[in-house]
Design a protein around this ligand. Structure first.
Ligand SMILES: Cc1cc2nc3c(=O)[nH]c(=O)nc-3n(C[C@H](O)[C@H](O)[C@H](O)COP(=O)(O)O)c2cc1C
Length: 188
């Protein structure tokens, strides 16, 4: 079983990545394979509403989206991390969820039954909204989102600062554990 952690921060090795890596390490401890995928540096353009994906399982925009989509399809679990930007998910994350969401929901619902959920981080505010925003995406696509010991959020501004948020790190860890445990139960 494979769990993919997707970091939607434009900043490499930042707080989103640290929380995701922590969740993935917990999942790995439960015996599942884990991979981290960074959206940073990828050419990802917004959905242009051409609607071709309503009749064919492809997105005609020629950028880096398709390999990411295929990795998401192949995974049994998806953990999607985003920093909060102006109270919301980053543009990179929005682009990914719009395109992967529409493409999948019109082509056999391949994400249905996958396990996963969001993890968000901010300096000060916007975590609740962003967490809810991303949970809506997981739910509309039929994915199963386990809980943790708090909502999946961390506090931190500069790179590495989130490691000082002990409860945020612990919540990410427990979420990773629950993703893996649920996956194992669903597949036993
Ligand atoms: C363009 C931009 C907008 C941001 N908006 C918010 C915000 O609305 N609320 C907040 O608390 N922090 C905000 N931040 C701070 C980031 O959420 C914070 O630095 C976070 O740790 C970045 O995660 P990263 O290290 O994974 O990139 C913003 C940062 C940037 C660059």
């Amino acid at each position: 079983m494979k769990v993919i952690g997707i970091s939607g921060s434009p900043r490499k090795s930042g707080n989103t990545e640290l929380l995701l890596k922590h969740a993935l390490a917990a999942a790995k401890e439960e015996g599942v394979d884990t991979t981290l995928l960074r959206l940073s540096g990828l050419d990802l353009r917004p959905c242009n509403a051409c609607l071709i994906c309503r009749t064919e399982e492809r997105c005609p925009i020629e950028d880096d989206f398709t390999p990411v989509y295929l990795k998401m399809k192949q995974a049994d679990g998806i953990i999607l991390g985003s920093p909060v930007y102006f109270g919301s998910a980053t543009a990179l994350v929005k682009t990914l969820i719009e395109r992967a969401g529409y493409l999948s929901m019109h082509n056999g619902h391949p994400f249905k039954g996958k396990v996963g959920g969001p993890i968000v981080v901010a300096r000060r505010a916007g975590q609740n909204f962003t967490l809810a925003q991303l949970n809506f995406w997981f739910h509309i696509l039929g994915m199963v989102v386990p809980g943790s010991t708090y909502w999946n959020m961390g506090f931190g501004r500069d790179k590495g600062e989130v490691t000082g948020d002990e409860e945020g790190m612990r919540t990410a860890w427990n979420f990773g554990k629950n993703v893996a445990m649920l996956l194992k139960k669903l597949n036993s």
